[in-house]
Write a protein that binds this ligand. Sequence first.
Ligand SMILES: N[C@@H](CCC(=O)N[C@@H](CS)C(=O)NCC(=O)O)C(=O)O
Length: 244
Amino acid sequence: MSVMPNQKAFAVGSKAPTLENGVLRVYSMRFCPFAQRSLLVLAHKNIPHEVVNINLKSKPEWFLQKNPLGKVPVLEQDDKIVYESLICCDYLDQVYPQNKLTPEDPYRQAQDKMLVEHFSQMMTDFYKVRQGPPAEMPAGLEKFRKQMFRFETEIQKRGDYFGGDKVQMIDLMIWPWFERMLVMEKMLSQAILSDGSLPKLMAWTTRMSECLAVKQCRRPVEQHLEFFKTSKMGVPNYDIGLEE
Ligand SMILES: N[C@@H](CCC(=O)N[C@@H](CS)C(=O)NCC(=O)O)C(=O)O
């Protein structure tokens, strides 16, 4: 369904690939959690699309013309351009009505958006811990775990998924960071999620891992680890796992 998802990243000086009439394209980066949000929605709704990967350290001029913020994801179709992951995902859910992901109830929609805000704040803190001095890691992780209880309590109230009895937008919007947390646990040899204190959330991660869209958009653990390593060295390898 998706074309070119494993194409090497386009860099500065490259020629913009031609976009055929009517084709929906997503500009992505293979390890970007924000771009993964859009890819998850596309997969869940079975929307035909093609993927163009961007080298974010050396962005093509033509990419910056599409999104002056210089970030992925970006959607493009004919003369339409949409960027910012949450806006892209809402747009896709409105334009492609199959497998609707947004709840009908406006209050529920507001609650879900607030939860995404809490999540974004928590992940900003988490990345600071990950990037910071190793000595500060235990205290930082403890704070992170405390914030995680909000999600444990929330899923207890909601059901099998944050969306209730089925995967909804809220589940897909937060999933990419859970994929990475599970990788971080391996990397740090430290329980972040799976120390037993967040049983409902852990059960949700297992359920989500079995979801088809999640399987289709996942990167292998070794690739995440390699990407993290190369990023930390300041030379992110966007093409890990692709043929030379
Ligand atoms: N708020 C944006 C964040 C997207 C974002 O930060 N993407 C990163 C890659 S993971 C990016 O494109 N970074 C390039 C840059 O900031 O120059 C969204 O939700 O789409």
